[in-house]
Design a protein around this ligand. Structure first.
Ligand SMILES: [Zn+2]
Ligand SMILES: [Zn+2]
Length: 384
């Protein structure tokens, strides 16, 4: 196709494994897309479904068969042929008659009855919704033609791992799966990552528990960066944003083993501009030191069955439900306070609901009992 240097440049952007089944070598996302576009025919990635008649005719021609053979093939290969009975007569395998003499069926009935006794009403509500997330957007199109994703666009899938908040809450490592288009800016991914540190209220309030202010960290500390392949992409959209990667870069300058890191602006970079590895852990950092591992798990062309409404991207397809942390006293309500150096607490740090916190730590006149520090606590389950 091309010769010399350009062939080399082309090959560099075909992803190959760096570590087998773990991650690929870095490649340029936009060039990878162009490579696909250069080898695919427009009808391969267009969003209009080919008519089944046209498809049949093409199949007959490609395979060199007669229309009768095609018809026969369709009947033989149909999933209907796998049934023992016609669809409307299929007996329910779980419907076992009470007076059965067969030992295996008796066992099965016992097992099924036991299973039924375990199920409680309403347990699956969240799960039902979580699965729906994916179904809701499947094949979704938009009325407004200006919002339709152009054909030949690519979509990237990211897994976002939540930060480990405290060592003793090590098991809290939920994640989100987000799909984003190659032409979208890094800031659009940033804005769709939800993290409880954005909702925190900073300050120690053990002396004034009624004075917890309403503003949250997100409104005050807007700086953040992504780190991809030697470049820190800083969010600089607002005047109060700072380059919080500077500390790391300055530190790296004093060590010989690190290369010189570059910086770029998040809001001026699209995903197609990036060089990335699939499967490799990258970093998203915000609120000073809240760090999330970010893994690109897939890069592919947008398919006609995908959600084609550009406005809905970045598209959330999975969200891990976090177990809410209950108050250490009543084990009933979701925690709203976290204390440290607290002689009354069974652990350090310790979580309380509002009511138990006040009853345990203040007398009837609102005077603080003992010495401790108290901070407002936002439960990660807030995003469930
Ligand atoms: Zn965070
Ligand atoms: Zn409580």
């Amino acid at each position: 196709m091309a010769e010399g240097g350009s062939t080399k440049a082309m090959n560099e952007n075909v992803p190959v494994y760096e570590h087998v089944e773990v991650n690929t070598k870095a490649f340029h996302i936009g060039s990878f897309r162009d490579l696909w576009l250069s080898v695919l025919k427009p009808e391969d990635y267009c969003f209009n479904q080919t008519d089944s008649e046209v498809e049949d005719a093409e199949f007959i021609e490609t395979m060199g068969i007669t229309p009768d053979t095609l018809q026969e093939l369709k009947t033989i290969c149909s999933p209907e042929s796998l049934r023992c009975h016609p669809a409307d007569e299929d007996p329910d395998p779980d419907d076992i008659p009470a007076d059965t003499q067969l030992a295996t069926l008796k066992l099965r009935k016992k097992r099924l009855d036991y299973k039924k006794s375990l199920s409680r009403d309403g347990v699956g509500r969240h799960d039902a919704y979580a699965n729906e997330l994916e179904m809701l957007t499947l094949g979704r199109r938009t009325e407004d033609t200006t919002d339709i994703i152009p054909e030949g666009e690519i979509v990237l899938t990211f897994n976002v791992i939540y930060p480990i908040l405290f060592k003793r809450f090590k098991h809290v490592r939920a994640y989100q799966t987000l799909h984003i288009l190659g032409s979208q800016n890094l800031t659009e991914l940033r804005d769709s990552i939800c993290c409880v540190s954005d909702l925190q209220v900073f300050g120690e309030f053990s002396n004034t528990p009624d004075m917890v202010p309403q503003f949250i960290s997100k409104d005050h500390y807007k700086s953040a960066f992504f780190y991809f392949e030697g470049i820190f992409y800083n969010d600089m959209r607002f005047p109060e944003c700072r380059d919080i990667s500077k500390v790391t870069r300055d530190w790296a300058k004093t060590r010989r083993e690190f290369p010189e890191f570059k910086t770029a602006k998040m809001e001026e970079t699209t995903f197609s501009d990036l060089r990335m590895k699939v499967g490799y852990p990258y970093l998203y950092c915000h609120q000073g030191d809240c760090e999330h591992v970010l893994i690109l798990t897939d890069v592919r062309m947008v398919h006609r069955d995908d959600c084609l409404d550009r406005k809905l991207y970045p598209l959330l397809s999975h969200k891990h439900r976090v177990v809410t942390r209950k108050c250490c006293v009543c084990h009933l309500y979701i925690s709203r306070w976290i204390t440290t150096n607290d002689a009354l607490a069974p652990s350090d740090p310790c979580l309380y609901c509002d009511q138990c916190f006040r009853l345990l730590h203040y007398d009837q006149h609102g005077n603080k009992l003992g010495d401790f520090q108290a901070y407002a606590y936002v439960d990660p389950g807030a995003f469930n």
